[in-house]
Design a protein around this ligand. Structure first.
Ligand SMILES: *Cc1c(COP(=O)(O)O)cnc(C)c1O
Length: 412
């Protein structure tokens, strides 16, 4: 008899995006006109064309593969050094971070890396997760048995939830209990908030004092426009002894469909075995990747490298300006509608408080029916997201302008 992993039964059936899709399908199947007018500001996926620099590099790489003399088969599991060197030089050196190419692991996405990283950690860790949160961190812990069952509010037994609210600027207070693994994501999905040097320094100090590790997701680092906001956890002194950083080209270069990301595991990062001895994590992640992963395709790694060329950097900047321009319009439209708005300045997400007494799924249905606009209900990101909704700025300018008009026409 073959047995299955029963932890999967603990996952909530009404997972956020399938539930959104179900409600949208139910509404549009009965409202043909509304279906044609529908604008999706829900899922965080880019919409604009891939930068030319990346496309040209990809095409040239494909042609290299078409010639026996320049053909390449399996690449290094950790990624080609041309890309790892480019990342160290362009993404970390300018920040003053001493991250070497050997500490960078190329992958096909931060979603998989943030899930896969659990392979190298023990099952006895106390896990701290912000609330609201990117659901992947929670579900991957559920799948590998790090939690109990979910309660009615969707909170899993065994996890330590760190509430992120307007009162703390959506950066959680340090926990009073001992935790071992801490997921932080700044600029944040879904709240669009950033963490300051002081706030991240407090977390790094906490992690070092408790021999804990911070899993830092910097997927939206490129959207930081304000000065004085840290782009990397490694800008904080001592973080290379207590943090792993995940970064992705998905939102940076519009690569959600191309697939390329990287994870930084510092050489000095240690964790404990059950006997209390300290060991380096870098060789474990290298072993995990070389056993279970065979690298990202060569044309894709060349495309990612090209994003750091002068032409590529200019295109990335224009792409991000486009999305952040959308965010400004959406922010202004919500403010004009009398709503309380957060985020959207250093992130492509706007986090909006629902009108008094309105729950987030109720607001989702109203926006769908009255404005034919799909948003993401805050409650889908965790209990502390109740009473909020997220609008994504990933869209065409014309769609965003239309959403702004519809927000103004709605009766709040
Ligand atoms: C979009 C996103 C990512 C990127 O995931 P990929 O698998 O690299 O596309 C990572 N973390 C968060 C929080 C995101 O929103």
């Amino acid at each position: 008899m073959a047995y299955l992993n029963e932890n999967y039964f603990k996952l909530k059936a009404g997972y956020l995006f399938p539930e959104i899709a179900r409600r949208v399908a139910a509404f549009t199947s009965e409202n043909r006109e509304a279906a044609a007018r529908l604008i999706r500001c829900g899922i965080g996926d880019v919409t604009e064309a891939l930068p030319l620099a990346a496309r040209e590099a990809m095409k040239a790489a494909v042609d290299e593969l078409g010639d026996r003399a320049t053909f390449r088969g399996y690449g290094p599991e950790q990624g080609y050094s041309f890309l790892r060197e480019a990342i160290a030089e362009h993404a970390y050196a300018p920040l003053g971070c001493k991250i070497s190419a050997e500490e960078i692991f190329i992958s096909d996405g931060s979603k998989c890396d943030t899930g896969n990283i659990l392979d190298i950690f023990g099952s006895q860790n106390r896990i701290a997760i912000t609330d609201p949160v990117y659901p992947v961190y929670v579900d991957t812990n559920v799948m590998c048995g790090h939690t109990g069952e979910a309660d009615e509010g969707g909170a899993y037994g065994g996890l330590v939830y760190l509430p992120c609210l307007p009162s703390n600027g959506f950066v959680p207070a340090l926990p009073l209990e001992k935790v071992d693994l801490i997921y932080l994501c700044y600029p944040n999905n879904p709240t669009g908030a950033t963490a300051s040097y002081e706030e991240l320094s407090a977390w790094v100090s906490f992690a070092r004092e408790n021999q804990a590790i911070i899993l830092f997701d910097a997927a939206y680092e490129a959207y930081i426009t304000e000065p004085g906001v840290p782009h990397s956890i490694f800008e904080i002194e001592g973080a290379e002894e207590c943090a792993i950083e995940f970064r992705s080209f998905s939102k940076h270069g519009g690569f959600t469909g191309v697939r390329c990301a990287y994870t930084v595991v510092p050489k000095n990062l240690m964790a404990s075995s059950a006997d209390g001895k300290r060991h380096r994590l870098h060789p474990l992640w290298a072993r995990r990747q070389s056993t279970k992963f065979n690298g990202v395709s060569y044309p894709v790694q060349r495309a990612a490298e090209a994003l750091f060329s002068p032409a590529g950097q200019a295109e990335v900047k224009a792409l991000i300006s486009h999305y952040l321009g959308n965010a400004t319009l959406l922010r202004e439209a919500c403010v004009a509608a009398g709503l309380e708005v957060f985020g959207g300045i250093n992130a492509p997400y706007i986090w909006v408080r629902c009108p008094e007494g309105v729950k987030s799924w109720e607001l989702f249905d109203r926006m769908l029916q009255e404005a034919n606009v799909v948003i993401t209900p805050g409650a889908g990101f965790g209990a502390a997201g109740e009473g909020y909704f997220r609008i994504s700025a990933f869209n065409s300018r014309a769609n965003v302008e239309e959403v702004a008009r519809r927000l103004a026409a709605m009766t709040w």
